[in-house]
Structures are given as structure tokens and as C-alpha cells.
Design a protein around this ligand. Structure first.
Ligand SMILES: [Zn+2]
Length: 415
């Protein structure tokens, strides 16, 4: 029978010894019997998300977890946000992430988030969606959370080698930047002109929009501009389905992760109770993962954002609590799965040490368990417990290949 695999990703779980936890990391301090039991039935170690000593973002960390070389395929945040917003990019498209912002009629930025507008942004995006520029290029726009929006240009001869219109954070009082070509190509020059044309079109459309008329009556600033940044092209690397002939599913609350999963060719599943916060419904995620496995998905990825937030907020006790909830979730799934039929793996996209309140380049505890996986002795789970494991010093990409090889889908190199 064809085997399946489940991968649990604990976002930012890797950490450093913490004085509030008797010099242990949150994962070492936490009571995690299920993670320890599973790790002892397989291979484990501290793996480097991308490269030793390189802190990575959630986007880049997940590209590696999904088997890509981020140095090769990462072109910018725009495409990831576009996928997260549900836009299917086509070859030749370029994508931006944007902010709804407030400008005056000279295009001076007055508020780069339009007072963090979070009502009416779907209608504002819909007013820009479908705009056609002078050369026939189509504009696709979708609202993201709060003041954020994804914008895709679909047309002939577009290039991502341009500067964008956003003057940057804390640059209120500065004018919108007119885009410029970053190389000598005619495509870059043309695209820079198109993005300025779009910017000039956005202002009257949004200024006259009923959402903004209502905002003016309510003495709120109008969201009359979209500041564009993070331009990039569709990733050129093949999707997981065509590379390995497998069907993948990703269960997550975080839009960035959902975007990268779609880009990688996984089907994505999101529910309102997956909040990407401390209050996310761990057990609802577990149930959904089990049901996707029973539907026949080959590789099911379950992502939990909460440990990363605890790291950014320097809340080691909360991170411990999240590790324990995650352990219960993993234990619940392990009870219902047969390790001879379904591998269970665990990793993180990066470390987010509480003491640092940001991502670090430290490697992350990882394991893959299964009936026929090589084993080593293990006395607990966490950074110090797994360091002697055979996965130590692998990369996220290596770990992806290891899982795919267990599934028997990696082609043989050589005769
Ligand atoms: Zn992350």
C-alpha cells in the first residue's frame, strides 16, 4: 500500500536557553511526551532552515520546507501575498504587496496605512480589480488583512526589475516614488511606466469611491492610494505535484504560509477558527489533517503560528504552553495513525528566541518517525536532546527530500 506522510510545522519554535525557564529552552522545559515518543521512533536532529547562521523569514523558511532553494526561487514578497489572497499567478505575471494609504493631490503620503483601515477594503480592491492599462495589461487586486492588498499585473513584456512606489515606513510627508527600471531592458522601462500609470489611475477611482465618501463623513482619512512594494515574478520552479507526482495539503491559519503552500502546488485548507494566534483551535486542525489523510492526500502539512508570536513577544511561559498544546495535538493524531502506513514529521521554519524577540539563525529541532525509519537513543525532546541525532546539520531542503524519499517518489540519480 502507498504510504502517506504528515508534517507538523511549529512556526518559530526553536529557541535559546532562557533564565525564566531554569536555563532551558521552551521546548526543553515543556512537557512533550508525544513529541519525545515519536522522535525516538525515527531520525531526529537540529536542522538549519536554509544555511547555518542565516536568520530567515517565515516565507523563505517555508520555501525550504517545501523543497525549494530560496536563493534560486525567492523573487519578492508580492507573489506570496498574491497566492495568499487567492490569485493564481500565471507565467509572465508580476505581483506586489500593497498598503491602502492616504495621499494628498500632490501624492504626498499623509498616512501610509489610512488609519489602519479594516472596513471596506474588499470594495476598494474590487474597484481596482479589472482595471486595464493603456497597453492592455490587466490589473488584479484582492484585499488582504487590515490595510494590506495584493496587486498583480497580467500582460505582455512585464518585468519585476523595477523600483516600487512605496517611499517606506515612517516616510509620511514624503511623496510617492515614481518607479524606475533596475536594468537596461525595454520591459523594465515599460513596466515602470505602467506602474506609474496605475498609480495615477488609482487615485481618482479610490477618491470617488463610496467607501471613502463615508469615511470623510465619519471624519476618517480616505484610503485613496495603494502604495506598492515587494515586486516579484511567479516562482519558476515546478510545483510539488509535477515534480514528485504527489498530492499535498496544507492546513494553516497564517496567510503567508497558505500563499507559499499554494505556490508550491499544495491544496490549502483554512477555517475561521484557525486564527494564526494563541487562541487557534489545535484540535480542529488535527481533525482536518486526519480527514485529509483519509481522503488520500500523500503529504499533509499542518502549520501552527503561535510559538513564533510568543517568541516575538518575549513570552517564554506562553511558548511553553503552546509547545504543550502542540504536543497534545500531535499525540491525538499519532493515536489515530499507523506509523507503518503514515510517517509523522515535525520541524520549524526558523528559531524565534524569546530573548531576541526576532528570528535567529539557530537550527531547529526536527524529527521524522515511522515504522521503517532508522532509530537512535533519545531521552527527551528539545534543542539539547536531539543534537546527537543524524539529521543535525541537514537543511530544510534536505529534510524535505528525506521525507519524499521515504514516500519513494525521489528519482534515482544515476543508473
Ligand atoms: Zn515563521
Amino acid at each position: 500500500m502507498k504510504k502517506q506522510a504528515l508534517l507538523v510545522i511549529a512556526d518559530g519554535m526553536g529557541d535559546l536557553p532562557n533564565s525564566e525557564l531554569n536555563g532551558q529552552t521552551p521546548l526543553e522545559f515543556a512537557h512533550t511526551p508525544s513529541l519525545a515518543m515519536l522522535a525516538s521512533q525515527g531520525m531526529f536532529g537540529n536542522i538549519h532552515p536554509v544555511k547555518p547562521g542565516v536568520p530567515v523569514g517565515t516565507d523563505v523558511g517555508h520555501l525550504a520546507i517545501f523543497g525549494y532553494d530560496p536563493y534560486e526561487v525567492y523573487t519578492g514578497r508580492g507573489p506570496i501575498e498574491a497566492y495568499g489572497a487567492g490569485i493564481d499567478m500565471e507565467p509572465g505575471d508580476i505581483a506586489f504587496r500593497g498598503n491602502f494609504a492616504t495621499v494628498d493631490d500632490e501624492f504626498t503620503v499623509l498616512d501610509r496605512r489610512a488609519e489602519r483601515i479594516n472596513v471596506g477594503t474588499e470594495a476598494l480592491a474590487a474597484a481596482i480589480d479589472g482595471v486595464v492599462l493603456s497597453d492592455g495589461t490587466l490589473v488584479i487586486a484582492r484585499a488582504l488583512s487590515a490595510h494590506r492588498v495584493a496587486v498583480v499585473l497580467r500582460g505582455k513584456g512585464l518585468s519585476a526589475a523595477i523600483t516600487t512606489t512605496d517611499p517606506g515606513t515612517a516616510k509620511e510627508g514624503h511623496k510617492i516614488v515614481e518607479p524606475a527600471a533596475l536594468d537596461a531592458s525595454a520591459e523594465a522601462q515599460h513596466t515602470a511606466e505602467l506602474v506609474w500609470e496605475l498609480t495615477e489611475k488609482i487615485y481618482p477611482i479610490l477618491s470617488l469611491h463610496p467607501v471613502n465618501q463615508t469615511r470623510l463623513i465619519n471624519r476618517q482619512v480616505p484610503a485613496n492610494m495603494i502604495l506598492l512594494r515587494g515586486v516579484g515574478e511567479e516562482i519558476k520552479a515546478p510545483k510539488i505535484s509535477s515534480r514528485y507526482g504527489i498530492k499535498g495539503a496544507c492546513i494553516a491559519g497564517d496567510r503567508t504560509v497558505l500563499g507559499i503552500a499554494r505556490m508550491a502546488g499544495l491544496d490549502v485548507f483554512h477555517k475561521p477558527e484557525f486564527t494564526a494566534g494563541f487562541d487557534t483551535d489545535f484540535m480542529a486542525k488535527a481533525e482536518l489533517a486526519l480527514s485529509k489523510l483519509s481522503e488520500g492526500y500523500d503529504w499533509v502539512v499542518l502549520h501552527v503560528k503561535a510559538p513564533d508570536l510568543a517568541g516575538h513577544d518575549n513570552l517564554p511561559q506562553v511558548k511553553v504552553e503552546m509547545a504543550e498544546k502542540l504536543d497534545q495535538m500531535v499525540g491525538y493524531m499519532a493515536d489515530k495513525l499507523d506509523l507503518d502506513q503514515c510517517y509523522i514529521s515535525y520541524t520549524s521554519d526558523h528559531s524565534t528566541p524569546c530573548s531576541r524577540r526576532d528570528h535567529s539563525g539557530d537550527p531547529v529541532p526536527t524529527f521524522v518517525a515511522g515504522g521503517d525509519v532508522r532509530r537512535q537513543e533519545l531521552s527527551g525532546f528539545g534543542e539539547r536532546y536531539v543534537v546527537h541525532g543524524c539529521l543535525t546539520n541537514m537543511t530544510g531542503q534536505d529534510f524535505f527530500l528525506t521525507q519524499m524519499d521515504l514516500l519513494g517518489v525521489v528519482p534515482k540519480l544515476g543508473a
